[in-house]
Unconditional design. Structure first.
Length: 322
């Protein structure tokens, strides 16, 4: 049995007690556990169903979020047991007491992370971004990508006119000609290319790690029924990604049905991907990658000071999820 709760930014930021109250509770007694999983629109629940992996020996309560930062807050609020995000949102809780533990690494495509310019733009390289209006999504891989891209030309955010926008607002602004360039990820960039003929100035290849993380609630890891469910869920996710890599059209159809985005956009993403998505154990390379990102965000002033990300990570599920 599954259920879905959609949690808004207002609901998350209202406080831990309010958020925990609006999310389904795990089973308190022996029997079928309930695993509370954070997801996105078009998220992993649709992939598991398409891959024939949705029938679990425990109940799932899905909660839909707009971004990884909200999932981070929800885990800290003890409102969900596990969720995925890029390596960036956990940086904002590093250095403080937190319920969040990073238990596995998703590695995958970085070619869907793009810097776009209008098809008629005179911008031909990142150096040409100087003085231009550049849209990006704050506190995400888009901000880090933009920082890396500018640094290659010995530029910084001070040399451009940065405009922080949500993905949806960014697409609208780019469509209306309000941006000279747009740094974006996922299907929004694919749609801009298809609808507007937008040109790719750069991709995340060589600039982004491609690392995403699976973050779990520490209390859930300490509770045997939920811990077992988390391990089982991660194994299913790993199988589902392997299935998607060899069943591209079925994966694209499932995504299109879930989001309303044309199937061609997902088929294009699959064709252009830099690597298939895999689920891997925690390792030193993943921790070092996140530390590099955290140090960059500290230099940008996106976080108040340098933080050590190592305490966020645990290898305790490595052997169980191999």
């Amino acid at each position: 049995m599954t259920s879905l709760v959609r949690l808004s930014r207002r609901g998350v930021l209202a406080g831990a007690a309010a958020l925990a109250a609006c999310a389904p509770k795990p089973a308190a007694k022996a029997g079928r556990a309930t695993l509370r999983i954070a997801t996105y629109k078009g998220g992993v629940q649709h992939l598991l169903k398409a891959a024939g992996l949705a029938d679990t020996p425990y109940d799932i309560a899905w909660s839909e979020f707009a971004g990884g930062n909200l999932i981070t807050e929800a885990i800290d609020a003890r409102a969900v047991d596990i969720g995925s995000m890029s390596e960036i949102p956990p940086i904002f809780v590093a250095g403080r007491s937190t319920q969040l533990k990073l238990v596995a690494v998703q590695r995958g495509d970085v070619n869907a992370q793009v810097t776009l310019v209008p098809k008629s733009s005179a911008i031909r390289s990142a150096a040409d971004l100087k003085g231009k209006r550049v849209g990006y999504v704050r506190a995400t891989t888009a901000q880090y990508f933009l920082a890396r891209l500018l640094a290659e030309q010995k530029l910084s955010f001070a040399d451009i006119r940065p405009v922080a926008l949500s993905p949806q607002d960014g697409l609208s602004a780019f469509t209306q000609g309000s941006l000279d360039a747009w740094v974006i990820y996922g299907v929004q960039g694919t749609l801009a290319r298809a609808r507007l003929g937008a040109r790719v100035l750069a991709t995340g290849l060589g600039r982004l790690s491609g690392n995403y993380v699976q973050a779990a609630l520490a209390e859930a890891l300490a509770d045997p029924p939920r811990r077992a469910a988390i391990v089982d869920h991660l194994k299913r996710v790993k199988q589902a990604y392997a299935w998607a890599d060899t069943h591209a059209d079925a994966w694209a159809a499932a995504q299109a049905a879930a989001t309303g985005v044309p199937i061609e956009a997902y088929q294009q993403q699959h064709r252009e991907r830099s690597a298939p998505t895999t689920l891997a154990p925690v390792d030193a390379a993943a921790i070092a990658s996140q530390q590099t990102v955290a140090d960059t965000f500290a230099r940008l002033g996106a976080i108040p000071a340098k933080v050590d990300v190592r305490p966020l990570w645990t290898t305790e599920l490595n052997s169980d999820t191999q």
